[in-house]
Design a protein around this ligand. Structure first.
Ligand code: ZN
Ligand code: ZN
Length: 254
């Protein structure tokens, strides 16, 4: 058999393997467990896809807060230089099914949802808004939390959402040195004080003059990424951008 004939068979073999896999492990919608007729991410049925809320303009050009109408501009907090980062953007609103997928990832260890979340990020086009970073810094977990969970969701999201920049991920440069109460249990003011002194730089020289991209799963009040950005500022980077997979639009928490 010629090499061309052999290569021609590869898609056929791949297709057969995928069909066999679907037969043995039938694909289900990760949002509502309904059976799917495809196994390519995003693993969501038409109804769950319909429920997705992509973040689109108009929004704040600083922190990414979506506006109900008008054109994109800076919000009140950004006009007051409230945040230590230069810019933040998110792909999706923190509503079902995205919120349930993230909860399944963080609290049930369902790492299989990451491929679906990354496919949604690609669909959102949010990544195209980002400046190509020199370094990607996943928001770190404290070592005790990391040991308990077994993985850092921000690290998984960095790898899957930005495969083209995978070799720029530097998880060791920013460290979480204080174990804190989960931010989700706290009010806005408590969130800010809870995080004080939580992060530390491993090496300032590696960050100096660099374009940094901080990655996390949810932007709620922005306290976590802001505390990270404050710590990173000490190293005098060229810019700090923030990407979060989702953003909570609950105004009470902003
Ligand atoms: Zn569904
Ligand atoms: Zn803003």
């Amino acid at each position: 058999m010629s090499i061309t004939q052999k290569l021609g068979r590869i898609p056929l073999i791949q297709g057969t393997l995928e069909a066999l896999q679907d037969l043995l492990f039938p694909p289900y919608c990760l949002g509502c467990q309904r059976r799917l007729d495809h196994s390519r991410p995003p693993l969501l049925c038409a109804d769950c896809c319909q429920a997705l809320s992509f973040i689109t303009p108009p929004y704040c050009l600083g922190c990414g807060l979506p506006f109900a109408g008008g054109s994109s501009h800076l919000c009140g907090l950004c006009l007051q230089h409230h945040y230590a980062f230069d810019r933040a953007c998110s792909a999706l609103a923190y509503t079902p099914p995205v919120s349930s997928l993230l909860l399944a990832l963080k609290f049930s260890g369902q790492t299989t949802v990451v491929a679906t979340l990354a496919a949604l990020v690609r669909e959102s086009g949010a990544c195209t808004l980002l400046h190509p970073p020199d370094l990607i810094l996943p928001v770190p977990l404290h070592r005790l939390r990391l040991r308990e969970r077994g993985f850092n969701q921000a690290m998984l999201l960095s790898r899957h959402c930005f495969p083209q920049w995978r070799n720029r991920i530097a998880p060791e440069l920013l460290q979480r040195v204080r174990a804190t109460r989960p931010q989700s249990q706290l009010s806005g003011r408590q969130r800010r004080s809870n995080l004080k002194g939580s992060f530390q730089l491993k090496s300032s020289s590696a960050l100096r003059g660099k374009h940094l991209l901080l990655v996390d799963d949810v932007f709620t009040s922005g306290s976590t990424v802001n505390e990270c950005a404050k710590t990173l500022r000490r190293a005098k980077p060229a810019a700090i951008e923030v990407f979060t997979l989702s953003r909570s639009l609950d105004k009470g928490q902003s």
